[in-house]
Design a binder for this molecule. Structure first.
Ligand SMILES: Cc1ncc(COP(=O)(O)O)c(C=O)c1O
Length: 418
């Protein structure tokens, strides 16, 4: 029984509890944060019963919608039967999941290491690359985010997510893929170092929704092949139909050697995977296990997630709604002086705001997000300057709901602009 004296609806009191008991590195959005209590489809409800359109999906996780009955039924059934054993026994859900992923992912990606978070999956991918190549240096890109563990944080370039003062020095940084000299730098690094792998996000998520330029990825793959270097796609945020395909890399014309998935794979249940070819996986034969790798409940959830996405063509839905959203955003917001750029793919969209200097812009975005929340819309915030309004709703969102978001955003940007 909880000893808390807080009323469920008293956000101010919960903020105090958080200050006392949660590490300060774990920050929350909003000056007046709602206490989120319930979810349904594309909507969240706070403890007072106020309804919000969820435009961030718990950072790209809830693609199949909150409280999805089909997924919950599969989870409940598994929970009643058996919750956890770990990897030392055979169990059906995780093995079925591996078969299903092998069917859905590009040919040749058919061998899997399951774990519980995106950071952990990226660690596994980096380790496999080291074992497979006998090399221990990596290239990642400016503005990237790959996770919170030692190697994943060393791979990360976004300054705000590189807290550890003793990060590993075997991670070279190339310019952001949108920079014209990026591939040139990659080539030079490949020539001068023994690089095990290049790791990239097809669309930089936390970096502010930067989409790789057309033709970039095939050229990167080509360079890697010339230097016998592996290509790792971190699709923790872009994978599982967020951008319209199971893997965003495929739509950029490349099958990576290793790909990591997490977030939307479990639709709220913790599961992640590093995926590769059976041949490459052979390099990692010494014992390696994650206690929760392929946890039965998470695996049952992921199987149900994949079925739901397939049955409801959520990839097509993300493509079509994303195209429409982009057009409407350009039409209604493109003319506003504070809107620098609108970019993205599928339902992974960023609206970059500039309003004065960096600090003024950050403060302005804080106000915009607060007003949007008060109007019933919860958005994300990304980019090194924290100035990119980020729209990643559940893929089950209705077009009419997205139109109300664009209308509210236009109204708020206009009113604060005055
Ligand atoms: C692209 C990318 N990689 C890795 C991670 C880390 O995932 P996790 O928080 O599950 O460890 C994130 C988290 O936002 C991410 O966006």
């Amino acid at each position: 029984m909880s000893t808390s004296i807080c009323s469920p609806t008293d956000a101010g009191a919960w903020v105090q509890v958080k200050k006392r008991h949660i590490w300060p590195c774990v920050y929350h959005f909003y000056r007046e944060p709602p206490v989120i209590a319930r979810g349904e489809g594309a909507h969240l409800f706070d403890a007072q019963g106020r309804r919000y359109l969820d435009c961030y999906s718990g950072v790209g996780v809830m693609s199949a919608g909150h409280s999805n009955p089909q997924i919950l039924a599969a989870v409940q059934q598994q929970m009643q039967q058996l919750c956890h054993t770990t990897t030392i026994y055979l169990s059906e859900p995780v093995l079925r999941l591996s078969e299903r992923l092998a069917e859905l992912l590009p040919e040749g990606i058919d061998s899997f290491f399951f774990c519980a978070s995106g950071s952990e999956a990226n660690e596994a991918a980096l380790l496999l690359a080291t074992l497979a190549t006998g090399r221990n240096e990596f290239i990642t890109f400016e503005n990237s985010l790959h996770g919170r563990t030692k190697a994943a944080m060393s791979a990360t370039a976004l300054p705000m997510w590189r807290t550890d003062p003793e990060l590993l020095d075997n991670f070279h940084k190339a310019p952001q893929p949108t920079e014209p000299n990026c591939l040139e730098t990659v080539e030079r690094l490949l020539q001068n170092h023994k690089i095990a792998a290049v790791m990239f996000e097809p669309i930089q998520g936390n970096g502010g929704i930067h989409v790789m330029p057309g033709g970039f990825l095939p050229r990167l793959k080509n360079l890697c092949q010339q230097h016998e270097t592996l290509l790792i796609a971190d699709e923790v945020q872009t994978g599982i139909n967020r951008t319209g395909d199971w893997l965003a890399s495929t739509s950029f014309g490349v099958t990576p050697d290793i790909v990591t998935l997490a977030k939307a794979l479990g639709n709220g249940f913790p599961i992640a995977v590093a995926a590769t070819s059976s041949q490459l996986a052979q390099s990692y034969r010494k014992p390696g296990a994650s206690t929760f790798g392929g946890n039965l409940v998470s695996a049952a959830a992921a199987l149900a997630v994949l079925e739901y996405h397939t049955e409801h063509s959520l990839g097509n839905r993300a493509s079509q709604l994303g195209r429409w959203l982009s057009e409407v955003l350009h039409k209604q917001l493109g003319k506003l002086s504070c809107v620098k750029e609108i970019r993205g793919r599928g339902l992974m969209v960023g609206v970059e705001i500039v309003h004065g200097d960096e600090q003024q812009t950050a403060d302005y975005v804080t106000d915009v997000l607060e007003d949007l929340k008060d109007a019933g819309f919860l958005l994300g915030r990304t980019g090194p300057g924290r100035n990119v309004l980020t729209i990643m709703p559940p893929l089950v969102v209705e077009q009419s709901d997205l139109q109300t978001l664009v209308d509210a955003l236009e109204k708020i940007l206009l009113s604060i602009n005055e």
